[in-house]
Design a protein around this ligand. Structure first.
Ligand code: PRE
Length: 280
């Protein structure tokens, strides 16, 4: 039976474990710094057994799904322990720092830097979902640094999950992801913060909130354990997007302050182009 080891049994690690088990009959071994997560993952049938870094020898694939600030050190430790045929993949949301950290390891070519573009606002093994990755994009970075046979295995796993693969340099990934993922989270947190501060003075404001508020503030339910390290690992790119966002916000504010109906309609109509680029 093929073996996969998943390190970090949260939403993403847990969901990958479920998929590999159900879709390809892998035996899943798990590692997590929090014993409660291991216990929960065992109870939920996400993993078959707990293991340690000494138990990586028979793994066909080791998936690292810990918070992004910990991936580099975990990846180096894993590469120190694995056999020459094992694929080591991370699934973090920031790729440049991780690729730099593993760059000089003698087994660098066994590592594939991956980012499955899927998630929810929930966390922990109980948040793991079967089908989470179905139809989504898997980004693979700096692939020329990986052994082609192991890259091929990463591609097979992506195909198994029914994901579309995109390959790009890690630096480009980090610049783009700041716009389409990290900025949205900052905005949602600050929206939640602004409304919560108001709610303290004027109770019942949330009674009026409907789907518009719910959809824009959904991401604000995501944990700081995951998102603070993402913002800090991709700091320069996130700051760049925030500067551009704040500039646009100031322009939008001016249009409202000046009761510029034509300006507002034109700006909104331009932004409505998003309907064409984002389907669904
Ligand atoms: O839908 C969500 O709740 C997510 O946060 C998913 C999301 C995203 O920003 O789209 C977040 C981080 C992952 O690295 C990939 C996807």
């Amino acid at each position: 039976m093929k073996e996969a080891v998943v390190i970090g049994l949260g939403l993403i690690g847990g969901s990958l474990a479920l998929e590999l088990k159900k879709r390809a009959n892998y035996k899943i071994k798990g590692i997590d710094a929090d014993p409660a997560n291991v216990q929960k993952a065992l109870e939920l049938g996400i993993i078959d057994e707990e293991t340690t870094y000494d138990g990586l020898q028979n793994a066909e694939v080791v998936i690292i799904a810990v918070p992004v600030n910990k991936i580099g050190e975990v990846a180096l430790r894993v590469l120190d322990c694995v056999e020459s045929e094992t694929l080591v993949m991370d699934v973090g949301s920031v790729k440049g720092n991780i690729c730099r950290e593993v760059a000089s390891h003698p087994l660098r070519s066994q590592f594939v830097a991956a980012h499955p573009m899927a998630g929810t606002e929930f966390s922990g093994p109980e948040a793991a979902i079967y089908d989470l990755f179905d139809g989504k994009v898997m980004v693979l970075c700096d692939v020329q640094q990986s052994d082609w046979r192991l890259l091929d295995r990463a591609l097979s796993i992506s195909k198994l999950l029914n994901m579309r693969v995109k390959m790009m340099p890690s630096e480009e990934h980090d610049r783009h992801i700041a716009y389409v993922s990290h900025l949205s989270h900052v905005i949602s947190y600050v929206l939640g913060q602004t409304v919560l501060e108001k709610e303290r003075d004027e109770a019942q404001i949330f009674d009026m909130a409907s789907s518009g508020f719910a959809s824009t503030v959904r991401l604000a339910k995501s944990t700081g354990t995951m998102w603070s390290p993402i913002f800090l690992e991709n700091r320069d790119n996130v700051l760049q997007t925030l500067d551009e966002y704040m500039e646009n916000l100031a322009k939008f504010r001016t249009l409202i302050a000046e009761s510029d109906d034509a300006g507002l309609r034109k700006t909104i109509s331009d932004i409505n182009y998003i309907k064409k680029v984002l389907k669904g």
